[in-house]
Design a protein around this ligand. Structure first.
Ligand code: SF4
Length: 467
């Protein structure tokens, strides 16, 4: 889903004192507008680009009409995403007529995947840059103002060390701890567009967490394509979690997305022993059939996955789980599909991201595995998966009635005047009367009613904690 990220400059420090200033063209007063598509990694990359651009003298714009540079930060994972981005670029092309000096660009995974296509199909595009080229963004914008500029090289050494993001006002800081992926699941384009796995050093991540804490953020999410395969020198992901937990001011730590095959006992023990690490794990399963998991090259079996779920749940009481499920992967039989439903009934996830399989060009599955399941059948299977998950989510949520949850207040609820919304430790969305409670504070809420996606309750006012 596309998320429009309009970052307002608010004077928070973005310049690290641990690095020397890069030699970049300094621009004063030019405005940049970035529209972000896709996952949290892209949201985090947009913040990184905004930090780099602010250092070069750019200001942010909340409207493309007011900007001198318009960037679409794209994601290549989902089907039809290209058409949407090309459509949006064409829609924005009128701005170039009104403002010929405007630089229009595409960044991110899709830019890496479809660089030539963008340059040829959308004449208004002056700049295409891949996920390892953000450091050069000011240079590339300067180049693109003269002639079309393209930089989609993958760089195994690029970890954006020392560059601080410009975060959107909020209650939650993303910190990218590793980039790329070495797993090469057969359906996935990520290793080709984001390159091979590389981890950021632990001291740099701790420094970024300290900066986030100094900016007032109390919750951080550590990001990586396979976040728990993190390793830098002798430091593994469990060690890193422990180090981030030591940062004063950070009260909650989340991470996404872990790969089931990289969940060690040490990591589970570290999570269990550290209160700041939230009791929520997004654990992508994709399928409940061993033969489909093998064809996807997921590197675990159903029984290994279930064993992991047991270890997690037996070590951490009240742990909430979510997952990803793909319906109708190439070669998936009715029995394979039923096995996925069985696994979902057994695990009982709190929530799930559920998709119909669509082959992505450039992947092994697209090249080598026949897409055997018809679109109609994929649709039927997806509907069945969604119906089952909805039923399970509703049942689980109902068990929260009467419970008291600690909520980090995020802002006004989308629906309902005078209501605020926040997240529980287990990542439940909780809505409650604002009653003067400020954003970015913790409040205890007693749950009174629930729906599929939301828990609603009342603050236990005597226990409101101001942070
Ligand atoms: S683990 Fe698999 S699905 Fe996840 S990013 Fe890597 S290749 Fe893609």
């Amino acid at each position: 889903m596309a998320e429009l990220l309009n970052i307002e400059l608010d004077g928070r420090p973005v310049v690290s004192d641990t690095i020397s200033e890069p030699e970049i063209p300094v621009v004063r007063g030019q405005k940049v507008y970035i529209e972000t598509y896709g996952c949290q990694m892209n949201v985090s990359d947009t913040e990184l680009m905004m930090g780099i651009l602010k250092r070069a003298g750019y200001q942010s714009s909340s409207r493309p009409e007011d900007a001198d540079v318009v960037l679409l930060n794209t994601c290549a994972i989902r089907e039809h995403a290209e058409e949407r981005v090309v459509g949006r670029l064409n829609q924005l092309s009128y701005l170039k007529v009104k403002k010929p000096h405007l630089v229009m660009g595409v960044s991110g995974c899709m830019a890496k995947h479809l660089a030539d296509e963008f340059m040829h199909r959308v004449p208004s595009v002056d700049l295409v840059l891949g996920p390892d080229s953000y450091r050069r963004l000011p240079d590339l914008i300067a180049e693109a103002s003269r002639e079309p500029a393209l930089d989609v090289r993958l760089d195994r050494d690029e970890d954006y060390l020392g560059l601080d993001p410009l975060r959107k006002n909020g209650t939650h800081a993303w910190i990218t701890i590793m980039r790329g992926c070495d797993k090469f699941c057969t359906f996935c384009i990520v290793p080709y567009v984001r390159g091979r796995e590389r981890s950021v050093s632990a001291p740099e991540i701790v420094r970024q967490a300290e900066v986030a804490a100094s900016e007032g953020f109390q919750e951080v999410t550590l990001l990586g394509q396979t976040v728990n395969s993190y390793r830098h020198g002798d430091c593994d992901f469990a060690d890193l979690l422990q180090m981030v937990a030591g940062v004063d001011g950070i009260r909650r730590i989340r991470f996404t997305s872990p790969h089931p095959s990289d969940f060690t006992d040490k990591l589970i023990d570290t999570m269990a022993g550290e209160e700041k690490i939230c009791r929520f794990v997004h654990l992508p399963v994709q399928s409940g059939s061993d033969s489909v998991l093998g064809a996807m090259k997921r590197n675990y079996t159903v029984s290994e996955y279930l064993n992991l779920v047991d270890r997690l749940r037996s070590t951490m009481q009240g742990l909430c789980l979510s997952t990803d499920v793909i319906a109708g992967f190439s070669g998936e039989t009715e029995a394979d599909f039923e096995a996925t439903l069985d696994l979902m009934r057994q695990v009982r996830y709190d929530s799930a991201f559920m998709f119909k399989y669509s082959p992505r060009e450039g992947t092994v599955a697209h090249r080598e595995i026949a897409d055997t399941v018809s679109e109609v059948e994929k649709g039927r299977r997806l509907e069945a998966v969604i119906a089952l998950q909805n039923q399970i989510s509703e049942e689980i949520n109902r068990t929260y009635v009467g419970k008291k949850l600690d909520i980090l207040v995020q802002g006004d609820a989308k629906k309902g005047k005078g209501l605020a919304v926040g997240k529980s430790d287990g990542f439940k969305t909780v809505v409650f009367p604002r009653s003067g409670i400020k954003d970015n504070t913790f409040v205890q809420v007693e749950i009174q009613k629930t729906t599929l996606k939301t828990l609603t309750g009342h603050p236990v006012l005597s226990q409101v904690a101001s942070c």
